[in-house]
Design a binder for this molecule. Sequence first.
Ligand SMILES: [Zn+2]
Length: 587
Amino acid sequence: MRNLLSTTLLAIVLTATLSAQERSSTPSLKYDENQSLTWEEAIRYYQALDEEYEEASLIEMGMTDAGRPLHLFIISGDGLFDPREIHSKGKTIVLINNGIHPGEPEGIDASARFAADILADREGLKKYLRNCTVAIIPVYNVGGALTRSRYWRINQNGPEEKGARRNTRFLDLNRDFVKQDSRDARAFAEIYSYLDPDVFLDTHTTNGSDHQFTVTLIATQPEKMFPEMEHFFREEMLPGLYSRMKEVGKNEMVPYVQYTERGEIKAITGFKEHAYYSTGYSALFNSFGFMTETLVYKPYPERVRGTLQFIKELVRYSALNSKEILRLRAEANRRTLEAKEYVVDWEQDTTRWDMVIFHGYRYEDTVTPISGRKTGFYNHSRPYTDTIRYYNYFKPAVVVEAPEAYIVPFAWEEVIERLRINGAEMHQIKNDTTLTVEAYYIDGYEPARRATQGHYFNSKTEVRKVTREVGYLKGDYIIPLNQRSNKYIVTMLEPRSESGFFAWNFFDSFLEGQDWFSAWGFESHLKELLDHDPALRAAFDKARNEDAQMAADPVVQLQWLYQNTPVSELEKRTRLYPVGRLMKKSN
Ligand SMILES: [Zn+2]
């Protein structure tokens, strides 16, 4: 029995590690044959490039929920791999994230192709490394990539096998960038903070629309930038990338097609970029963020080549405009240090739009072959071209005044941990103390009826601001708002933020309060109290006389008394949001 057990264990160990032969052979890219690299193949592929080229380095950066490390591959022209040194030499850093949804693997194969091509100086690409360093996350969602099947993303036109959307904990990592429930997201944040990338790309596949374009693009919400940076982004960088894709790459792009109603696509609405998405996260650190979304119905090789073309154009642009990109980011970072207010939620401005050229297909009625449902379809034999509205302007929906610092009590460990991982510097209060702070009462909120990402997301949050003294304990954290992570700190700590810790239930326990009375036996205490406090007695009588409902309901009378006794001082903490705001002295 023992022998049998150890033989079984040995077999498991042997199959779990790669054979020597497998390790020595470099996997080849087979996207033209409708196949995508597995996670093991991708890592071996980059290991081989690391061994072959001085300019390449594959490193492990943290752990994922799958129990395997997250890898980062850096390509640097002069062999510099320290991000601070790279920036100090006037070079931009481009970070490309792949396989966040491993069923959408174009970027995994395209980045591998690009890395090999630029290192071998194919198509004269290597010159761009003089002003730009490229960092690639070969596969972000390792757990999802390990769970491969022919049947994930069943509507998608290849590759033959794909990974699962969710990670090992069933989290969608493209909702996890700020709350960071997964180890994956926390490792990603460490990479982001280490690299401080100027330009960021996250690669995807879209099944939300049908039209003639292979590559659609989500560009980070321009209003999140300061005006000069926004102008550069809207007027220079985006048109530059679109035009090169069309003229040089023969791969005309369109903004990510989010339409208002199904049918013929008459307008495209801009993508509201929550901070929990990849580019929402990159915007918190003033990067130029992008998501490619290639169209699910196009053949896999075409989608990989489209993504590859965009990667080349993005790296080229980031190299040729390195000075301007670095200058604008430095200015954005400087302004972030001094910002007086922050926008923590946005809404679409439906009064403003641009016009875009759209190559669509006519939409026709049909009856589905199996269920007999009456519906419509995009007829590929009836293409057309039109000019349509693109609503890509947003206006601030919730703006908050910046405090000098936030105070987060020691008790909220998960919050502190995430702030730290995202680069927030903080110090602890040395002695128990009382401070005058601005604080919020949560007057209303709506938890979701069904869990999403393991949370009953709170929305429609209403707050009432008060200035009051609050007792803090030795060890509570003061987080000054004078740092690179300011936008993350404010986004996560403000309760009305669309993606903050309050929305993601990190603070829910305080909403229940701390104590309450039991009706049994309470009245004898109250009688004694009222006998010794004529003012309280008078107030109670007055309230009861004036409020018929109270007079008729003994429980309401007890509640009134409870809330008007000295205990009410303690109960004033009920619904008082635990994060305090230390304001600047106004003198
Ligand atoms: Zn996706």
